[in-house]
Design a protein around this ligand. Structure first.
Ligand SMILES: [Zn+2]
Length: 311
């Protein structure tokens, strides 16, 4: 049995996969934010809970544990870097999780787990080189080639969320700041625009000008968009344009067989209807054929990929 855990900024999710590859248990709890010790205890608790579900009395079989985290493990110092869950930065989370669970664990970047899951038997199956994108609390990416994740010597392959947003925001000149500060210490990172918080900020910035009431979740923007709200329409138009420009960068660099979207914002169907057309304006070919696909395993992709960290 394999346990996969997805340590998100808001939720911690765990699943158990049996030998046949079927999911047999699942659990979800809130992430203790800004509390490293609490996060470790929550991981211990969720493993205990799912393990109870799968264990028969007097049969104390223990499953392998794979953990997907926002961020990655530094190669030499073995501590977490580049995490928007900033309270795990600088921590040896692999060692600490192994200690608290009393067994060896495997840890990987959450976008890599997502990409692995989709490339292995999801929307990316058969596309060779897959670029998996997480659009959620954070913005990250993973690169899989022939079902193998390319991690890179710095463990940062695919971390395109911390490149600057490409090409100027020509259609919204000066209406919205493009110099938003990112937790990484730089300004204008793709993540500050394409994350859930980035989308909400765009809506509220636009809303100030049209006195629309402010909102605090991406889901509400989508709801208002569906209800014909003009600010929400403009907001998603800008978001789609930014996503297209950001992905054009990736296509020009590695020309993936397919791009798979994941994370909460990947549920916005408007993106699949608009971004492929918008991409044509920015990529270095007049014959763009890169499919932009929605993930197949939904919210489960991250945890599935984490579970598959153990072969
Ligand atoms: Zn950044």
């Amino acid at each position: 049995m394999r346990i996969g855990i997805d340590l998100g900024g808001t939720k911690i999710e765990a699943i158990v996969i049996n030998e046949a590859g079927d999911e047999i248990a699942r659990e979800r709890i809130d992430t203790p934010k800004h509390d490293y010790k609490g996060t470790l205890e929550a991981i211990e608790q969720i493993v205990e809970t799912v393990e109870k579900k799968i264990t028969e009395p007097n049969n104390h079989r223990r499953a392998t544990v794979g953990l997907g985290i926002p961020g990655s493990i530094k190669k030499h110092k073995k501590v977490v870097q580049n995490s928007n869950s900033t309270w795990i930065i600088g921590k040896n989370i692999k060692k600490d999780v192994e200690q608290i669970l009393g067994r060896p664990g495997r840890v990987a970047n959450d976008a890599n787990c997502f990409t692995m899951s989709e490339a292995r038997d999801g929307a990316g199956l058969g596309y060779g080189l897959v670029f998996g994108v997480i659009l959620g609390t954070g913005v990250g990416g993973g690169i899989s080639f022939e079902n193998k994740i390319w991690n890179g010597p710095n463990s940062i392959a695919g971390e395109w969320g911390h490149n600057p947003i490409p090409w100027a925001d020509d259609h919204i000149n000066n209406t919205i700041s493009t110099e938003i500060e990112c937790y990484c210490g730089k300004k204008g990172c793709i993540e500050t625009f394409l994350s859930g918080a980035g989308l909400v900020k765009t809506y509220n910035d636009l809303g100030v000008k049209s006195s629309a009431s402010s909102i605090n979740t991406p889901e509400l923007i989508v709801k208002r968009f569906e209800d014909g709200d003009k600010v929400a329409q403009k907001c998603l138009e800008i978001y789609a344009s930014r996503l297209a420009r950001s992905l054009a960068y990736v296509i020009n660099l590695v020309d993936p067989g397919a791009i798979i979207l994941g994370g909460g914002l990947s549920n916005i169907s408007y993106l699949y209807a608009t971004v492929p057309e918008l991409l044509k304006r920015w990529v270095f070919t007049s014959e763009l054929s890169t499919p932009l696909l929605k993930n197949q395993h939904g919210d489960s992709s991250g945890v599935r990929g984490a579970a598959w960290l153990w072969p």
